[in-house]
Design a protein around this ligand. Structure first.
Ligand SMILES: CSC[C@@H](O)[C@@H](O)C(=O)COP(=O)(O)O
Ligand SMILES: [Zn+2]
Length: 252
């Protein structure tokens, strides 16, 4: 099979067709549908992967599963997925008449620099509002910081692992810090600044993009999803606290 540069052919169908709902090609479709229409466990509507923007990518074994660009993400089928070989970065499957998500180099940054296995990009309004509030109140290079909110315990503290390979999560009295990068005209042009933010904040599992949204990654799909949920809850809470005149960082 000719791989690089060719449209997909039937030889690549086995990469995306599976009865297993946990198969990455099925999971991306399920997650994007949920992100679009369903309530999170906090009973809120979550419409962050909307108007074709946002999305998710999964690294599974030697393969990366990527959604097409510019499509209605909630209507995708498993056979719409691109599949890349992680090692060679060559496409094993390229569906006709679409390009891979413009987020691909950003998803790849989390896989290569952080050994993540799932990365989620949302255009959450709470994420966007937080980037604007931080800029106005703390300056253009400040990160979003918050502490003493129970939900930060859903976010890993760093990339250290204990003897059993387990990650430690932030404690209630510790501080969550999420770097913010400036938006660019094209999604892929965010790659350098996202990687710079990952270097500057070596413990972070997320990067906010001013006036745009957020990238959140995790060791697996479950962790990326729950961390994304926790962060979205925290961003919304901080915005609402600010509206009530409550500082989201305790004064003492
Ligand atoms: C409202 S479309 C915005 C997109 O251009 C961009 O922000 C994005 O998230 C990329 O989407 P994609 O459709 O995966 O290429
Ligand atoms: Zn985007």
């Amino acid at each position: 099979m000719t791989i690089n540069g060719s449209d997909h052919n039937l030889d690549s169908e086995h990469l995306v067709r599976s009865e297993d709902p946990q198969h990455p090609a099925n999971l991306i479709c399920t997650l994007c549908r949920k992100f679009y229409t369903l309530g999170w466990r906090f009973s809120r509507r979550f419409e962050q992967v909307t108007g074709t923007g946002g999305g998710t990518s999964i690294r599974h074994g030697p393969h990366i599963y990527i959604a097409p660009s510019g499509v209605q993400k909630e209507l995708m089928e498993p056979t719409d997925m691109f599949v890349m070989d992680f090692e060679s970065k060559e496409y094993l499957r390229k569906p006709k008449s679409h390009k891979p998500s413009a987020c691909t180099p950003l998803f790849m940054s989390s896989f290569t620099l952080r050994d993540a296995h799932c990365c989620i990009h949302t255009h959450s309004q709470w994420a966007v509002l937080i980037t604007l509030l931080v800029e106005r109140d703390f300056g253009p290079s400040a990160p979003f910081e918050i502490e003493r909110i129970e939900q930060i315990k859903g976010i890993p503290k760093n990339y250290a692992r204990d003897a059993n390979g387990k990650v430690a999560y932030l404690g209630y009295f510790e501080r969550l810090r999420i770097p913010i990068i400036e938006n660019t005209a094209h999604e892929e042009d965010l790659t350098d600044s996202l990687q710079q933010a990952m270097n500057d904040y070596p413990d972070t599992y997320a990067v906010l993009v001013r006036r745009h949204g957020v990238y959140v990654w995790g060791d697996n799909v479950h962790k990326a999803k729950t961390q994304c949920e926790s962060l979205d809850y925290i961003f919304q809470l901080a915005v609402e606290m600010h509206k009530l005149g409550l500082p989201w960082m305790p004064k003492d």
